[in-house]
Design a protein around this ligand. Sequence first.
Ligand code: 2RA
Length: 345
Amino acid sequence: MSHTVGILGATGAVGQRLVQLLDPHPEFDLVALTASDDSAGKSYREAAKWRLDFAIPDAVAEMTVRRTDADDIPDDVDLLFSSLPSSVGERVEPGLCEAGYVVSSNSSNDRTADDVPLVVPEVNADHIDLLEVQRDERGWDGALVKNPNCSTITMVPTLAALDRAFELDAVRVSTLQAVSGAGYDGVSSMEIIDNAIPHIGGEEQKMESEARKLLGGFDGAAVSWHDADVAASCNRIPTLDGHLENVWADLGEDVTTEDAADALREFPSLDLPSSPDPLIHVFEEPDRPQPRLDRMRGDGMAVTAGGFRETSGGVQYNCLAHNTLRGAAGASVLNGELLADSGYI
Ligand code: 2RA
């Protein structure tokens, strides 16, 4: 069955990736695009300042951009994908949900709210039923589901695999993040060539809290956050796409590199159109994964890992995912597929 969908914030870096993933899509029919008021009324071709290295799909290029406002979005849209800046998302998304729209959002507002499901389907698909609580408590006809930050998504499937096979006590992670995570300015300028920036505002806190919510249990009424101690240090480096992360996982027991790698390799994918099989690709070569070589594995939706080393009571390894595909637009689309599969749209 096909569902009509729209994109909120369609002209930005993640909005453009959403266009890429939704035209075409086997379950979704893209019918509406919104952006800021100064883009409204223009054709998408004119408004988008398209940055991807292929042409805008013809049908999308000629669509008229709408205002991000319930009055301007067709009533019969089944699902809205949101890539709004968080300051706009926190203002606009609840009103759209109240007006009856179901929103799958990449924006960082409300990710840790008690009644908002934060979901990576292969890791915690059951959390989607938090929407029942949300509807009871907020009285919305619509619904709001979130995907986490790109740097969180990159490591969380690997941590879930280790937690299921062993038991996750603590995580230390250091990131090497691509400039596309900073949006257009980062991609267009590459101003940090010959440099690295050891600060990405708010990123460490997002990784620490979102990972614990994603890895937590759900009893039908509330999510109990995982009690693992998670600490992150985030760095911007001059790669275009793909966040690489160095992870130290404390498992409370000595684990061989082979057993840890097998746990990741065997972590299951899902039968949803955008979930790759395998979900996690494990390299034998110690110098992989690398952003330029490995970010497009599984059409940009796989997580890759390698460089396993035994540590006292755990394991150290590196992992990588495409930050604007698996880490943002693809994550929202996958949540949309889960909403459809679960009967929420
Ligand atoms: C970054 N995580 O890479 C951000 C994008 N959401 O800066």
